[in-house]
Design a protein around this ligand. Structure first.
Ligand code: PGA
Length: 255
């Protein structure tokens, strides 16, 4: 199932991962804000480290660029040493939270069930979850791409109402394309994006407006081809978001 991209405003989120002091994050955020100041036709979001969230959210307050966290805990409060809750993220000014990123799944053992609990916690706190799914190279080579994506998606959105789903975004991030310089072809991305939309459509009427982002070595010179696919609605961008000029150029090219 495909639907008119006109129903979906382009959405670009820069995932800064584990990078930046408060001063560096403020400088980057300010440059991004200035770089996209004239842009009216896309949603632009930056996702700094926890330690810089508050400062960056204050700096971007009342402007067009929103702030996302990169993870959250699934309980609102309690004896969970070292964790950060969704209400705390809302408190510092976040509007979004990235959940189930492949680095969390692969390096920190995050399970599908935890992604679901975290997404529900985010929704309770008024945040929009950006739910990441994607196959490894071994899974792709074994012909398991769609099955893996389906399983991750089903688990992540289990039990959500249409209203909940209407506030979520999904990011398709093939693990083999993240930070490798090897981008999925537009056709490979479109196949999975269309599959995700069709899968959501079987359970909810929000599918035509669900924004599905591509992630994995998205750059200014490949964004246009990816965005020309019917079901690619934006990007979750790592490396190329750490330089404001290239991130702003990518957002403009892709919007
Ligand atoms: P990348 O990262 O753009 O550096 O490949 C994308 C991501 O991990 O979200």
């Amino acid at each position: 199932m495909s639907s008119s991209p006109a129903q979906r405003r382009p959405f670009f989120c820069g995932n800064w991962k584990l990078n930046g002091s408060i001063a560096e994050s403020l400088a980057l955020a300010t440059e991004v804000r200035n770089g996209v100041a004239t842009l009216r036709n896309a949603d632009v979001v930056v996702a700094p480290s926890f330690t810089a969230l508050h400062a960056v959210a204050k700096r971007l307050e009342d402007g067009p660029v929103a702030v996302s966290a990169q993870d959250c805990h699934f309980e609102d409060k309690g004896a969970f040493t070292g964790e950060v809750s969704a209400p705390q993220l809302a408190d510092v000014g976040c509007k979004y939270v990235i959940l189930g990123h492949s680095e969390r799944r692969q390096l920190f053992g995050e399970l599908d069930a935890a992604v679901n609990l975290k997404a529900r916690a985010a929704l309770r706190a008024g945040l929009s979850p950006i739910i990441c799914v994607g196959e490894t190279l071994a899974e792709r080579d074994a012909g398991e791409t769609l099955g893996r994506v389906q399983a991750q998606l089903d688990a992540a959105i289990a039990g959500m109402t249409d209203a909940d789903l209407g506030r979520c975004l999904v990011a398709y991030e093939p693990v083999w394309a993240i930070g490798t310089g090897r981008t999925a072809t537009p056709g490979q991305a479109q196949e999975v994006h269309a599959f995700i939309r069709a899968s959501v459509a079987r359970r909810s009427g929000v599918a035509p407006t669900l924004r599905i982002l591509y992630g994995g070595s998205m750059k200014p010179d490949n964004v246009r081809a990816l965005m020309s696919e019917a079901d690619v609605d934006g990007g979750l961008v790592g490396g190329a978001s750490l330089q404001a000029e290239s991130f702003a150029r990518m957002v403009k090219e892709g919007s």
